[in-house]
Design a protein. Structure first.
Length: 459
C-alpha cells in the first residue's frame, strides 16, 4: 500500500503548486466527453497564464526591434511659439534712443523652427541593436516553447497520477471482494464446526477487512485529490465535470531509444540550447553596439526657421537676423560625437561580462543536461524492469490466492494462506502499477529534457 500513500502525497503537492485559471467557454470539455491525454494537454496549453506571459515577453522584445529599426529613418523636431513682441521699423535700426519695450507698442508674433536629421553612418549603433533585438525575439520564443513543454509535463504527471489512484482503488476493491468471499466461507465452515477453522480466523478476517476499508477510503481520497489537481492544471473550476479516458495504466509499448539518441535529440531540439545559442548572438551584438559609442554619428541635417510679427519691418541683411520676423533654412553634412571619460568603457565591459556569463551557462548546460537525461533514462529502465518483475510476482501471487481460497472453500486449507496470499498479491500488484506510473513519468521527463513537442501535429 506504499504506492497509494505516494499518490496521495503527489496529489496534495499538485494542489498546492498549481494556479487556478478558468478557460474560455470554447476550451471547456463537454460533460459527456471523456478526455484523453492529448486533449488534456491541449486544453492546458490554451488556458495557461504562463504562455500569455511568454507571449508578452516576445511582444516586448519585438517592440525593441521596431524601435531600433526606426532609428534608421529621419528624425524631425519642431518648435512653435506664439506671443507678444515689440514693434520695430527699419528707420529705427540705428536709433540710439529707442526704448526697448513699451507696453502700448507691443504686437504679436508666431514662429516655427524645425530641424531634421537623417543618420547616414553610426558605426553599428543601429544595426547591432537591431541584430540584438532579432536574436532576443528568438530567445523569448524558445522560452515560450520551454514553458509549453513544462506545462505538458505537469499534465502528464496529474493524468497518470489519477490513473494510478484509480488502479489502486480497483485493486483494493478486488481485495475486499476476496475477503468477503473468504468470510462467507469461514462463517459457513464455522457453523458446520469444521476442524479447518476456528473463531480466531474469523476475527482475523474481520480485522483484515477493516484495514482494507481504511485503505479504500485513502484510495478514494487520493483519486479525488488527483482529479482536483488535473482540473486545476486545465484551468477548470473545482465543481466542474471532468472525466478522463477509460484506458488502463499500462506501458506505452513504444521502443525506447538508446541514451546517446536522447542526448542527440536534446542538442537538436531542446529550447534551452536554442536560448543559449540565440542569446550569445544577441549579447555579442550588444557588445558591438556598446563599442560603437566610441565613434561619431555621421548624419545629413536640415534646418528651417520662420517667424512673423505684425508691426515689424523685415530686415533684409545677411548679417542681421530678426528673431521675430525672418525666414531661413539650410542643409549640411554633420558629425555628432559624444565624448565621455570611462562611461562607454564601463558599458562595453558590462555587456562583455553578460556575454561571458552566457558562455559559462552554455558550458554548464553541455555538462549537466546529458547528466539529467541519464538520470531519467536510468529511471525509465529501472521502472521497465521493475514492472516486468512485479508482473510476474503478482501473477504468481494471484494463483496463490485462488488456490488458497479454493482449498479454504473445501475446508482443507488454513485461513492464514489466504491472508498471506492476498497481502503478497496486493503488494506486488500495487508495485506493478507504481512501476508503470514511474515508467510513464520517466518518459514524460525525457520528452521534456529532449525538447519533444507536447502535441503531435495532425494534418
Amino acid at each position: 500500500m506504499k504506492a497509494l500513500i505516494l499518490v496521495i502525497v503527489f496529489a496534495w503537492a499538485a494542489l498546492l503548486t498549481t494556479p487556478l485559471v478558468v478557460p474560455a467557454a470554447d476550451d471547456a470539455p463537454r460533460k459527456d466527453t471523456a478526455l484523453g491525454l492529448e486533449e488534456c494537454i491541449r486544453i492546458a496549453l490554451k488556458s495557461a497564464p504562463e504562455l500569455g506571459e511568454a507571449q508578452a515577453d516576445i511582444d516586448h522584445t519585438a517592440s525593441k526591434l521596431e524601435e531600433a529599426k526606426s532609428n534608421r529613418y529621419p528624425q524631425l523636431e519642431v518648435t512653435a511659439l506664439f506671443g507678444p513682441a515689440p514693434q520695430a521699423r527699419t528707420q529705427d535700426l540705428f536709433a540710439t534712443d529707442k526704448a526697448l519695450l513699451k507696453i502700448n507698442e507691443l504686437t504679436w508674433f508666431t514662429s516655427t523652427d524645425a530641424s531634421i536629421i537623417q543618420p547616414l553612418y553610426t558605426f553599428g549603433k543601429i544595426s547591432e541593436n537591431m541584430r540584438a533585438a532579432s536574436y532576443g525575439i528568438e530567445v523569448d520564443r524558445s522560452r515560450k516553447e520551454q514553458r509549453r513543454n513544462e506545462i505538458a509535463l505537469k499534465v502528464r504527471e496529474y493524468y497518470f497520477g489519477l490513473m494510478l489512484a484509480r488502479e489502486l482503488k480497483e485493486l483494493i476493491l478486488e481485495v475486499r471482494e476476496h475477503l468477503d468471499k473468504a468470510r462467507t466461507t469461514a462463517q459457513k465452515l464455522l457453523e458446520q464446526e469444521s476442524a479447518s477453522i476456528d473463531e480466531m480466523d474469523l476475527f482475523k478476517l474481520d480485522a483484515f477487512s477493516g484495514e482494507v476499508a481504511k485503505y479504500l477510503e485513502e484510495a478514494k481520497k487520493g483519486e479525488n485529490l488527483a482529479l482536483a489537481a488535473l482540473k486545476t492544471r486545465l484551468g477548470l473550476p473545482g465543481d466542474s465535470q471532468l472525466e478522463i479516458g477509460g484506458e488502463r495504466l499500462t506501458m506505452d509499448g513504444e521502443a525506447v531509444p538508446e541514451y546517446e539518441q536522447f542526448v542527440q535529440n536534446a542538442r537538436a531540439r531542446r529550447p534551452e540550447f536554442r536560448q543559449i545559442a540565440e542569446g550569445l548572438k544577441a549579447r555579442s551584438a550588444l557588445v558591438e553596439a556598446a563599442k560603437a559609442n566610441y565613434y561619431p554619428d555621421i548624419f545629413l541635417g536640415g534646418l528651417f526657421s520662420w517667424a512673423y510679427a505684425d508691426e515689424r519691418d523685415r530686415i533684409k541683411n545677411p548679417y542681421i537676423t530678426d528673431p521675430f520676423k525672418h525666414l531661413s533654412g539650410g542643409i549640411a553634412l554633420g558629425a555628432r560625437w559624444k565624448l565621455d571619460f570611462g562611461i562607454t568603457g564601463a558599458k562595453v565591459a558590462g555587456e562583455r561580462a553578460q556575454y561571458n556569463r552566457l558562455l559559462a551557462t552554455r558550458e554548464f548546460a553541455d555538462a549537466n543536461i546529458p547528466l539529467e537525461i541519464r538520470k531519467f533514462y536510468l529511471d525509465l529502465r529501472e521502472a521497465e524492469n521493475s514492472a516486468t518483475a512485479s508482473k510476474s510476482a503478482y501473477t504468481n501471487a494471484k494463483k496463490w490466492v485462488v488456490t488458497a481460497l479454493a482449498n479454504f472453500d473445501f475446508g482443507v486449507g488454513p485461513a492464514k494462506q489466504i491472508f498471506d496470499g492476498i497481502q503478497a498479491y496486493a503488494r506486488m500488484r500495487a508495485a506493478y502499477f507504481q512501476s508503470i506510473y514511474n515508467y510513464r513519468i520517466a518518459r514524460a521527463n525525457l520528452a521534456l529534457t529532449t525538447g519533444e513537442a507536447p502535441l503531435v501535429d495532425k494534418k
